[in-house]
Every structure is written in structure tokens, then in C-alpha cells.
Design a protein. Structure first.
Length: 233
């Protein structure tokens, strides 16, 4: 995906852009490649592939969610900032929290935030299980991209999601509902939509889950990592 092709697909998605946003995205790409030489941020480094598999893919969140209606977003297991940083560039009104367990990645994200002069965005160096225990029902949108199976992701994400708000999981392909239906029940949540599509050009499968938190959930969630591994929902 060239930059011009990227812009074309922004139009198809309905994402507003200007030169400032596009320039910030380009600088983000440059920093990603520069820092990737020193640490493992991504295995995808060719520019067309970064624009397709990281930048465009991150923005497909809007296939299921109008981001203009959101105020606070938490991107869990954000890694090199996907989708959180990309969403922040194009939707600057959002207050964004990026959570990741690896400090090297947090340092990279802080440098990106400073370089791009992004406001109302913070990074948190923490396991999401630990962060969630102290930030329950804080966010009206939680995102995760390629972090873990959905039954595990639900236990990470739903405690920090406000009641009647949403968790968006970006997946490479659709998961069997037998894997996560028990977690949905325990965590008082429901799938509103599964948007299935093919990534442009390479035609690889994508599935975006839009999940609503229906009401209060048991205070014991999320459990400690050892408990989650021992007894997955």
C-alpha cells in the first residue's frame, strides 16, 4: 500500500485527514524503522507493508465504531503503538492510554509522543491484569490487536470498560465462539458485531469484534496471571 493508496482507503473508511496528520504518520514510520534496528518492535519494515498491515489495519476499528463519539480509549498490549498511536493521530480529541508490559516499547512510545507533539496521551508500563485492577470502568473504548485469544482478552479488557461501552478486538481471523462464550457470560458482556473482511491487496482475513459490557462484573476479575493461566475462562 503506497501513501496515495493509503489516502484512497482513508476516504473509503471515512477517516478525515490533512497534511499535518499524514506528516505525523510518516514521521512515526521513520521512527519505527529507526528504533527497530535497536529493539524488536515489528517484523514488518517495508514501507508499503507498514502502511497496510499496521497503519491501515489499525484504523479499521472504525468499521465497527464511530471514534468521534468516544472520549477515553485504552489500548492494551499496545506494542509499538498499534492501534493506539495511529488512532490518536487521526482522532486527536481522544484521551488515550497505552498499556504495555515491556519498558523498551514504552520508551519508544514516549519518544514518538514527544516527537509528534501528541497531547492527552499517556503510556503505562504494566501488565494489563495489574493495571485493570486499579482502573475499573474507566474507559468508553478499549482496543487490542493480536494480543491473546479472545477468552483471555475479555478478562483483561472488560473490567476497565464502562458499562454500556465497548471493547474492540482486532483479529487476524475469526475465532470459534466455543472458545469465548463462557468468558462472555462470566464477564456480563455480549458480542454486538463481528466485521469480517479481507485486507486490501494481499486478501488476508480479518475479523473485528465489537463487544459491549452489559453491567457490573465480579470484582475478582481480572485475576492474577497465574490464576488466568491455570483456569482460563
Amino acid at each position: 500500500m503506497t501513501e496515495n493508496e493509503f489516502i484512497k482507503y482513508l476516504d473509503e473508511l471515512g477517516v478525515e485527514y490533512n497534511n499535518d496528520k499524514l506528516n505525523k504518520l510518516e514521521r512515526y514510520f521513520e521512527m519505527l524503522i529507526e528504533y527497530n534496528k535497536m529493539m524488536n518492535l515489528t517484523g514488518i519494515t517495508e514501507k508499503k507493508q507498514v502502511y497496510l498491515k499496521h497503519f491501515y489495519d489499525s484504523l479499521t476499528v472504525i468499521k465497527v465504531m464511530d471514534l468521534n463519539t468516544c472520549e477515553m480509549l485504552c489500548d492494551i498490549g499496545t506494542g509499538a503503538g498499534f492501534p493506539g498511536i495511529v488512532i490518536k493521530i487521526f482522532y486527536p480529541h481522544l484521551k488515550v492510554v497505552l498499556v504495555d508490559s515491556l519498558n523498551k516499547r514504552i520508551n519508544f512510545l514516549n519518544d514518538v509522543i514527544n516527537e509528534l507533539e501528541l497531547k492527552n496521551i499517556e503510556t503505562v508500563h504494566s501488565r494489563i491484569e495489574d493495571y485493570a485492577r486499579n482502573n475499573k470502568e474507566r474507559f468508553d473504548l478499549v482496543t487490542a490487536r493480536a494480543v491473546a485469544p479472545l477468552n483471555i482478552l475479555l478478562e483483561y479488557a472488560m473490567p476497565i470498560t464502562k458499562i454500556n461501552s465497548y471493547f474492540i478486538a482486532l483479529k487476524g481471523k475469526e475465532e470459534d465462539n466455543s472458545i469465548y462464550k463462557n468468558a462472555l457470560k462470566i464477564l456480563n458482556s455480549e458480542i454486538i458485531e463481528i466485521n469480517r473482511f479481507k485486507l486490501p491487496f494481499e486478501e488476508s482475513d480479518r475479523a473485528i469484534y465489537k463487544i459491549r459490557k452489559k453491567g457490573k462484573i465480579n470484582e475478582r476479575y481480572p485475576r492474577k496471571p497465574s490464576e488466568i493461566k491455570k483456569n482460563i475462562l
